[in-house]
Design a protein around this ligand. Structure first.
Ligand SMILES: [Zn+2]
Length: 408
């Protein structure tokens, strides 16, 4: 089926091009098989039946439903027949290759932690870059050509998929199935240090271990109000143990998420600000291990904390620390300011700052479970707004079983 650059097929047309279109429509399930109208040469005629099939195809694929096979309908129709591996895929500037196999390729790359951009079935520059990064990561020539070698690499990974990619899939699937509500979840709050280990000591008599536990309590109160079961890795009386032990404990609780609470300290006294950490290798191009939900929560939490407290944004970072790596559920560590910094220590010595942080935790958690439908601006979303937003969302879900509805 050679791409017709100018040809537009519509009702009344006949010939080999119409025959090819009919073939695709039968394959896509839009046109029932069997003999339709033919012309004197025996070629199928673009009759009402074909027109209906074109419309149904256009409808399903989100194209303009006009029953006419123009350039865009043709391209999508042509792309629909390709399964990943059927043809060699590569980036062609000016004329992006399009098809269901490109969708599959983008999906595989995304699963494995490479970022092909939007999964839109168009083989553009972002998909090209992700494909090359993948090839380099598995030791192939990064030529951007998804041929048999690359397909074998994908197949091999599918069998022995390990760490982050399987992890990412499981996380997403878990999130999808568990729905939008916080209620019924189990969150492990890990107040850093404890027992004989007080952690950092700073200005205003602040001690990291005590501060972390104080914050954990404030978070617990709010989460419990939302129906969340909160489990602590330690209390005043108990030691939390090593990060490995804390991770094992979280795994034994079968928690949905772990939040570890720390503060920072620096000799110079000038360092300040808040940072979050999630599981991932800092050099993602070479590793597919990555916690997608962890990253999402780390980003949201950071933004919410910064917006509410005015502490400096020191960004979120991928790390392979034991607590992040050994937990089976998404885990995020919050480093809330530097106790060695005058401004940070001042802010953290006030209970209301910790209350703002606790609220940020709940809102960020809720936003993780809202997923991509959540478009509210950071820092302005109050818990009450959030509840209303969720109720509206649930009502919309009940109305329509279809899950592809977007919420503004
Ligand atoms: Zn610490």
């Amino acid at each position: 089926m050679t791409p017709p650059q100018t040809v537009v097929l519509r009702r009344g047309d006949a010939g080999p091009a119409v025959a090819a279109v009919c073939e695709r429509l039968v394959l896509s399930g839009d046109l029932p098989g069997g003999v339709g109208t033919t012309d004197t040469d025996g070629h199928p005629v673009f009759d009402e039946r074909v027109e209906q099939a074109v419309k149904s195809f256009q409808q399903r694929r989100g194209l303009i439903v006009d029953g006419i096979v123009g350039r865009s309908t043709y391209a999508v129709l042509d792309g629909a027949r390709w399964a990943l591996g059927d043809r060699v895929l590569r980036y062609v500037p000016e004329h992006f290759v399009e098809g269901d196999d490109v969708v599959a390729l983008q999906g595989r790359l995304a699963e494995l932690g490479f970022t092909p951009g939007k999964v839109d079935g168009l083989h553009g520059p972002a998909t090209d870059a992700a494909l090359r990064a993948f090839q380099a990561a598995v030791g192939l020539t990064p030529d951007g050509t998804a041929g048999p070698e690359t397909m074998r690499a994908f197949a091999g990974l599918r069998r022995s998929v390990s760490g982050g990619s399987a992890n990412a899939l499981r996380e997403r699937e878990h999130l999808r199935r568990s729905g939008y509500s916080l209620s019924g979840r189990t969150i492990v709050l890990d107040a850093g240090h404890g027992g004989s280990d007080g952690g950092a000591e700073g200005r205003n008599g602040l001690v990291e271990a005590r501060l972390a536990l104080d914050l954990a309590r404030r978070i617990e109160g709010r989460l419990s109000a939302h129906g969340v079961s909160v489990v602590f890795t330690r209390t005043e009386a108990t030691e939390g143990g090593s990060d490995e032990e804390r991770a094992a404990f979280a795994n034994s609780c079968d928690a949905d998420l772990v939040l570890s609470l720390h503060t920072d300290h620096s000799e110079s006294g000038s360092a300040h600000g808040v940072a979050t950490y999630f599981y991932g290798h800092p050099d993602n191009a070479k590793h597919s291990d990555w916690s997608v939900i962890g990253e999402s929560f780390a980003d949201l939490l950071l933004r919410e904390v910064v917006a509410r407290t005015g502490l400096t944004d020191c960004r979120s970072h991928a790390r392979t620390w034991p607590l992040l790596r050994r937990t089976r559920m998404p885990a995020v560590r919050l480093d809330l300011g530097y106790l060695s910094h005058a401004g940070d220590a001042e802010a953290l010595s006030h209970g209301h700052t910790l209350d703002h942080v606790a609220e940020a935790v709940v809102v960020a958690l809720q936003r993780v479970y809202l997923g991509e439908a959540d478009t509210a601006r950071t820092g302005v979303l109050r818990l009450d707004d959030l509840r209303r937003h969720l109720e509206a969302m649930r009502a919309a879900q009940v109305e329509s079983v279809s899950s592809d509805r977007t919420v503004g």
